[in-house]
Write a protein that binds this ligand. Structure first.
Ligand code: URA
Length: 434
């Protein structure tokens, strides 16, 4: 087999056989396919797509390109959740403790953020002392002891995806349905969870900009997971505006804790309870959604979820005090309000733009290896549909650098669209694929 022939085959719109996919993945993970050939092949896939069988074969070949986590000694059915990436998406920090408090084990391996979307590991690392690296045995022990642990995905898992994703990120080939589906599912399969709940984001702040594409992505991922013997459900959720009010690592931890105290924003609370409910069903605790949602709501309302969050943070070396203002998290040195210059209603709040502004403030990475500032970010005071008067605060910028703050203040105004008409309400949950 010849790599150049395989690139030409895909360029010409033909389907790869399983052997060809395995050959490509082997060469990608071993580094014997040079970057320029990987990039050319990814671009060919971007334009020509892949059929269902090719997408499944790619996911499985990548999943087994490195180590595969063994969760067989976890007591119960280990469940995991995965978001395809959004802005202000801190649901994992709320959902893990709700599910664990209800008795279903969550052994979570997460990634770091890249580009305008934040990463769960970066958010947890904004908790002073929180350790995201753990020996596998310690990870399993923590899951068995307290039902919840979150670690950074080991570099030994899915090396093929690691390399392919890094090249896609620099070559305009991220937004490809089969490549995203195979990338996400290879990591989920390799991380060993038996049950997987996917949160597929739709909108300006997501990789999938419209519902039709997102639905197709969700279906592709569900098919791959089922083909690999996993229980999978997928939600489609709106990412036209950021989720919740906080965007930026420590600010998002703060909002997750507020939510676990029952004082969080309605959208974050709603989606967290729904995701937790699907995880409880997949984890074998309930067979109907209503009972599962009631249980997740109870874990939130009784404070048991918050207790579980504190137990997990403590077990991983984190230092937090949920009884003091700011919870002991880092705070930026400067805070500046951005005021409305017109009146009306917020008819658009561009998630992609907010994600970019927050990244440029220092909360995200422009390239792999960039050091991030956990304290900076944006607090959205007004959101889609809210009434606005001249001089009202639209948002508050949290910054540690005066120049970056000034740029953020200018750009933030453009992220808000104000109109005289009350905008159509938009649902947060767009569908479920079970
Ligand atoms: N998230 C992933 O893990 N992979 C992709 O390709 C896109 C989003």
């Amino acid at each position: 087999m010849n790599l150049q022939d395989l690139i030409i085959k895909k360029r010409d719109g033909l389907a790869h056989s399983q052997e060809e996919i395995e050959y490509l993945v082997k060469n990608i993970s071993e580094g014997t396919m040079p970057d320029y050939q990987v990039a050319a092949w990814a671009m060919a896939v971007f334009f020509q797509g892949m059929n269902k069988e090719e997408t499944r074969d790619l996911a499985l070949a990548m999943a087994y390109s490195g180590e595969v986590a063994d969760l067989t000694s976890v007591e119960g059915i280990p469940v995991d959740k995965h978001s395809t990436g959004g802005v202000g998406d801190k649901t994992t920090m709320v959902v893990i403790p709700l599910v664990a408090a209800a008795g279903v084990p969550v052994a979570k391996m997460s990634g770091r953020g890249l580009g305008h979307t934040g990463g769960t590991i970066d958010k947890f690392e904004s908790i002073p002392g929180f350790q995201v690296e753990m020996e596998h045995r310690a990870f399993i022990k923590q899951v068995n002891d307290i039902k919840a642990a979150v670690v950074a995905q080991s570099g030994r898992l899915v090396p093929a995806d690691k390399r392919l994703y890094a090249i896609r990120d620099l070559t305009g080939t991220v937004e490809s349905l089969p490549l995203i589906a195979a990338s996400v599912m290879s990591k989920k399969i390799a991380s060993g969870a038996q049950g997987i709940v996917l949160d597929v984001k739709v909108g300006s702040g997501a990789f999938m900009k419209n519902e039709t594409e997102a639905r197709a992505l969700a279906q592709a991922m569900v098919d791959i997971g089922r083909g690999a013997g996993r229980e999978v459900a997928a939600l489609l959720s709106n990412m036209q505006q950021p989720l919740g009010r906080m965007v930026g690592n420590a600010l998002e931890v703060r909002e997750a804790i507020d939510t676990l105290k029952g004082e969080g924003p309605a959208d974050l609370t709603e989606i967290s309870i729904l995701l937790a409910a699907y995880m409880l069903m997949i984890g074998g605790k309930f067979s109907d959604l209503q009972s599962a949602q009631a249980c997740a709501g109870e874990m939130l309302n009784t404070g048991l979820g918050l207790k579980k969050f504190q137990a997990m943070v403590e077990a991983q070396g984190g230092i937090l005090d949920c009884n003091i203002p700011g919870y002991g998290l880092k705070q930026a040195s400067m805070q500046q309000a951005v005021m409305a210059e017109g009146e009306g209603y917020v008819s658009g709040l561009d998630a992609l733009e907010i994600g970019r502004i927050v990244m440029h403030l220092g909360a995200g990475r422009e390239k792999l290896g960039d050091i991030i500032d956990h304290a900076v970010g944006i607090e959205l005071v007004k959101k889609y549909g809210d009434a606005v008067n001249i001089g009202d605060t639209l948002a508050v910028i949290h910054a540690n650098d005066k120049d970056k703050l000034e740029i953020a203040a200018v750009n933030l105004k453009h992220a808000f669209q104000i109109s005289s008409q009350v905008p159509e309400p938009k649902p947060l949950i767009l569908g479920v694929i079970k």
